[in-house]
Design a protein around this ligand. Structure first.
Ligand code: ZN
Length: 333
């Protein structure tokens, strides 16, 4: 029998996992942090670096009879600022250990410099795919203005893919599920069939597989959507009862949701193929054909979508990239 989201939250609470929906200044709305009342007292994700988020987190902890100083372990699910902005402040105030995917630790430690490199990477990709320079300049200043909601993070407990995090009362298996971001990590309680999923799988929005620099700093652009679909397929096979996501309500039918996401990618891929078969176009032109003006205001997001789906077509051998040295165009083979 499938649980309702309310029943799922109740069941999680009975297992000692409590959701705190913390405000963010971003369009996505609140971010879900999860308190695990166990030993050590554990917080999964923290919310962005803002006084408002800190106040709310303190208030939610107080409702459960805890203070920030009581936190003993903070777990970071991925590199996005709405999830990790408060980690350093909380760790300083509590002395908590900070656990995250080891492969991401070096990048998390130098957040500010890293964000600058991310922006350079994004600008380069945008220019190579036909986005006008003035649009990239505007986007870069938006990205800079967001940066203060993030923070560097000192990881004291690096985790390997597959490593088990032992708490007093439970075992959480660390699973690397890249795609939405290169560092996406989910935590699996096999005994209770609960997956702490962060943004790997979200109930009401597709987890945008954003183009991003690879964790190992290699210069090759990763195929974010291809990687994401591989990750989704792995999660689909798991006997999960409840996914606790990074935004929105718990997911109790992960197979149905993943299947509908996969079908959606397939539809979009075919739509893109028809546009490319009509005539060769660059990714920016394709984004405008699909989304109109949103391709300008959300240029990087829509570009990530187009390139992600074009990667699928390239891998299938139906489309190829034609590079004239300045801009990449897609054409049907
Ligand atoms: Zn995210």
């Amino acid at each position: 029998m499938t649980l309702t989201p309310e029943q799922a939250l109740e069941q999680a609470a009975l297992a000692g996992i409590h959701r705190f929906a913390i405000p963010t200044p971003f369009a996505v709305g609140r971010v879900n942090c999860y308190l695990i009342e166990d030993e050590p007292l554990t917080l999964v994700d923290t919310g962005p670096n803002s006084g408002k988020a800190l106040d709310e987190l303190g208030a939610r902890l107080a409702e459960r009879g805890h203070a920030i100083a009581d936190l003993e372990l903070i777990v970071v699910t991925h590199q996005h600022i709405d999830h990790l902005g408060l980690v350093e402040i909380l760790a300083e105030r509590s002395g908590a250990e900070v656990a995250a995917l080891g492969a991401a630790a070096r990048r998390l430690a130098v957040f500010e410099e890293d964000a600058e490199l991310d922006d350079q990477f994004a600008v380069e990709i945008m220019l190579r795919n036909g986005i006008p320079e003035d649009v990239t300049v505007a986007l870069r200043s938006v990205s800079r203005s967001f940066r203060s909601w993030g923070s560097h993070v000192t990881v004291t407990r690096p985790l390997d893919d597959g490593e088990v995090l032992e708490l007093g009362d439970r075992r959480l298996e660390t699973l690397h599920r890249p795609g939405h971001s290169p560092s996406d990590t989910v935590f699996w309680d096999a005994e209770r069939q609960i997956l702490i999923g962060a943004d790997h799988l979200l109930p009401s929005i597709s987890s945008n597989p954003l183009l991003a620099r690879p964790l190992d700093d290699s210069s090759r652009r990763p195929q974010a959507l291809v990687t994401y679909i591989e990750s989704l397929r792995k999660t689909r096979e798991m006997p999960i009862e409840i996914v606790l996501p990074g935004h929105g309500e718990p997911i109790t039918d992960h197979v149905g949701l993943i299947d509908s996401r996969l079908a959606g990618y397939d539809r979009r891929k075919e739509k893109l193929y028809r546009l490319i078969a009509e005539r060769p176009r660059n990714a920016y032109e394709l984004a405008q054909a699909l989304w109109g003006n949103v391709a300008v205001t959300q240029a990087f997001l829509t570009l990530s979508e187009v390139i992600g789906h074009a990667d699928l077509l390239v891998n299938e051998g139906r489309v190829r990239e034609a590079d004239d040295g300045s801009v990449i165009r897609y054409e049907a083979t």
